[in-house]
Structure formats: C-alpha cells, structure tokens
Design a protein around this ligand. Structure first.
Ligand code: IMP
Length: 425
C-alpha cells in the first residue's frame, strides 16, 4: 500500500494535473488539501483538453473517490459549475464519489470583491497579481475564526447569523475602497439554493480517508500551486494564502503525517511564474520567447502569459529540503528541444556571498544574481520517445545534472501533454 503526495516544486503550473492524472489510475481515492479554484489543472485525454480548478483531477477516472479536504477554500458556484460541466461530458460526479469536508471554508462574494478591491488599490510594484478568486480573504476569515464552512450550508439560520456578523466589517472595508456595500439578505438569498445543492456533497472526508486507508486503499494527495507560492516558505508577500508544501497534505486533509509514503515533486524542465514577485532566472529574450511559445505558457485559470526562464536549481534544492521528495517528476522536457545550449542556475551571488540556498529575508530573492552552468542541448524531437534509454544523450545528461544539483532522483519524465508521452524509471 502506498499513499502518494503530488505537489509542485516551483511557482505552480509545473504540470501536476498530468502527473496526478497518471498516478490516479493506481489510486483508490484522490484528495485536494489546499488552495481553491485559483488552481487550474489541464488534463489531456485522447487529444482532448479539459481544465479542472477545484474538483480533484482524479474525477476523470471512473470509480475513484474524490475528496475535497478541510484545507481547501471552496467557491460553491464554481464547484457546482464544474460538477455540471463534467456531468455534461459524461463523468460521474454524484455525491457517491465526490465529497467535501464540512470543515472546508466557503468563498463568499465579499471575499472575491475584497480580493479585487485590494489588488486594485495597490501600487503597481505592490500588486501580488492574485487570480482574483477571493482566496486570500477567505483564508483570512478562516484564521479570524469567523468563516462559513461547508458544514454550515445545511443550516440557513446559522448562515444568516454568520453573514450578518461578517457584513458590517466587510462593508466598512468596501466603503474604505470606495465600493458599494452588500446587503445580508441578498447575499443569503443568492447562497441558499447553491447551499442546498452543495450540502448533498458534504461528508466526513477525514473519516473516509482513515477508513479507506484502514481497508488498504491507496490515496493520492493532489497539491495545487507550488512550493514558492507557499504562505510561509514562498516568496512572501508574492505568494498564495495556503501552505503548499508536502507537509500540509496531512493537516489539510485530516490524515496523520506518517501515512504519507511517497512524495512526488513535479518540476518543469525550466521555470515559469504567473503574477508578480522575484524570479532570478527570468528571461526577457528569444529563449524566453521560445519557452513561452513552444511550452504554450498561458495560465490555465486566468489565461495570463506566464513569465519564463531557465531552471533554477537553487530553488529546486530548497524545494527538496522543504518537501522531502521520494522522486521528482520532470515535465515539459520536449520544450527545451531545439535550443543549442541550456543553462541551469546552480548558485546565487548575493552581495559578497555565494549561496547554495535562497536567502530568507522578505523579497531578498529580488537581490540575487544567478550563477549559471551551461549544458549542450539536443535538436532531435523527443515527443514520440517511449523509453528513457532512447532519449538523446544530452537530454539524459541534463536530467542527471538536475538530480545531482537537487539531491533527488528523477523518476518520471514527461515529453508531451498526453498520458502516453511519459517515461518511467
Ligand atoms: P491567489 O492565490 O489568487 O491569492 O494569488 C496569489 C499568487 O499566486 C499570484 O501570483 C497568482 O498568480 C499565484 N497563483 C495562485 N494559484 C496559482 C496556480 O495554480 N498556478 C500558478 N500561480 C498561481
């Protein structure tokens, strides 16, 4: 029996959706443990592209139980829209295989408005570039111990009390941002029909996980975003509002940490970032254009163009230290094909110091200069290759160097978006 966490080692968009989708085939349960519909997992099945934002990617595999854990923040309308869209594609999304923890916090309309109002009010260099989905304000309310949880949705009176309690403060904030106030009755009236439908999906996620594991079921923990968007360990303040590191798979779902047997860190063969924040290896040249274009680097949630750059092994090393991967899944290796040489950042220059790990001060990553090592590229197409041994020697050398620099083995290599374009070691 093996329970596996799949999570991102960079700034999100590493291609976790595909890896989760592959590993879900062997799992019995797939659980999301943090984030919300700020995520966007693109799955390509038989040439057809599907994006899910909130529902675990495992939903496409018939018979798997899909769980949304307590660590997630859930937008009820988005959840039901995804349910309807998947149902229209013939996917079984009945409550018998899709469950939401009663402890999952609910994203309310005022969270979304506040997210947008705050971003708008910030100066250009202070904007985080959030996805505007209300993620931060919802987590704030969770920590303030005033939030609405999925388990509350079945109790209209409790919802009324919580909304009436939240709105005076939110309306004061809207006044501060020059926005009209919200009316508690209207917010409640819009929520009630959605709440009623969603309540059918609310169940004891932690209990189902524990029972499943007792019965020998395999669990896949599906991470969202990436290590350097972690609220504590990421490039604060240019981060998301949850813990994205592997350790949160336990707390965010309600399972004991010792139950996490395997940690797969997904690493893109180069680096991308959406939104603001420091990015030492960012490329503003023809190579950056190559990566952006060939890699189709547009955000799956907001459609924003992703910033692109060379692989940063300093961040990767830190990611390995924080997440403890049993293996790395290296994605989008095919995108590097055709570049005569490849650079990997092996250390940072920070003032007089040469650093093997990122500096820890706020925004100090903006002050480092990457130190690069250059490796030869390859020109042969690799998209059709089905065995690791058949990769061009220079591609194998690139992978071997990543393993050395990161201090973790590459166990999966992805050479294209389709399930079939995957090499296992
Ligand atoms: P928020 O999560 O919407 O609050 O956004 C905070 C930061 O995280 C912004 O820079 C977003 O672009 C980034 N972000 C959030 N979710 C994702 C994701 O799934 N992939 C990549 N970046 C993300």
């Amino acid at each position: 029996m093996s329970n596996t966490v799949v999570m991102g080692a960079q700034w999100g968009d590493e291609g976790k959706g595909k890896i989760v989708d592959l590993l879900a085939e062997r799992a019995d349960m797939v659980v999301r443990f943090q984030g919300g519909n700020n995520a966007g997992h693109t799955l390509v099945v038989a040439g057809k592209s599907l994006v899910v934002h909130l529902i675990p990617s495992g939903i496409l595999h018939a018979g798997k139980l899909c769980l949304i854990g307590n660590g997630v923040v859930l937008d009820p309308e988005v959840f039901l829209m995804e349910v309807d869209r998947l149902a229209a594609e013939g996917v079984d999304v009945s409550p018998s295989r899709l469950m939401v923890s009663p402890k999952t916090h609910v994203i309310m309309p005022y969270h979304k408005r506040l997210d947008a109002a705050r971003e708008q009010a910030k100066s250009a260099d202070a904007k985080i570039g959030t996805t505007g989905r209300g993620i931060g304000p919802c987590y704030e309310e969770k920590m303030a111990r005033t939030g609405i949880r999925a388990g509350d949705l079945a109790d209209p009176e409790l919802l009324r009390r919580k909304i009436e309690c939240a709105l005076p403060e939110k309306n004061a904030l809207f006044a501060f941002y020059g926005q009209p106030s919200l009316d508690a009755e209207e917010v409640l009236a819009a929520l009630l029909p959605v709440a009623q439908r969603l309540s059918a999906y609310v169940g004891d996620v932690a209990g189902a996980l524990q029972q499943g594991m007792e019965d020998g079921w395999e669990v896949l923990f599906e991470g969202a975003q990436g290590t350097f968007l972690d609220i504590d360990h990421g490039t604060y303040p240019f981060v998301t509002s949850s813990n994205t590191v592997s350790g949160n798979a336990a707390a965010g779902s309600g399972c004991a940490p010792a139950r996490l047997d395997r940690i797969v860190c997904v690493v893109k063969a180069y680096t991308t970032r959406v939104g603001s924040g420091p990015f030492p290896t960012e490329l503003d040249d023809a190579v950056g254009e190559h990566l952006q274009g060939k890699g189709a680097e547009f955000g799956a949630t907001t459609g924003r163009r992703r910033r692109c750059g060379w692989l940063d092994a300093v961040l990767l090393r830190e990611g390995v230290r924080l997440n403890g991967p049993t293996g790395l899944a290296l994605t989008k290796l095919d995108v590097l094909g055709g570049l005569p040489e490849l650079k990997v950042c092996t250390a940072y220059q920070h003032g007089d110091e040469t650093l093997a790990y990122p500096p820890q001060g706020e925004n100090s990553l903006a002050q480092v200069t990457p130190i690069y090592e250059t490796l030869p590229g390859w020109s042969e197409p690799i998209e059709h290759i089905t065995s690791f041994d058949d990769l061009p020697q220079n591609a194998k050398n690139y992978i071997a160097r990543i393993e050395e620099l990161a201090g973790a083995p590459v166990t999966i290599v992805s050479v294209g978006p389709d399930r079939a374009q995957t090499l296992y070691r």
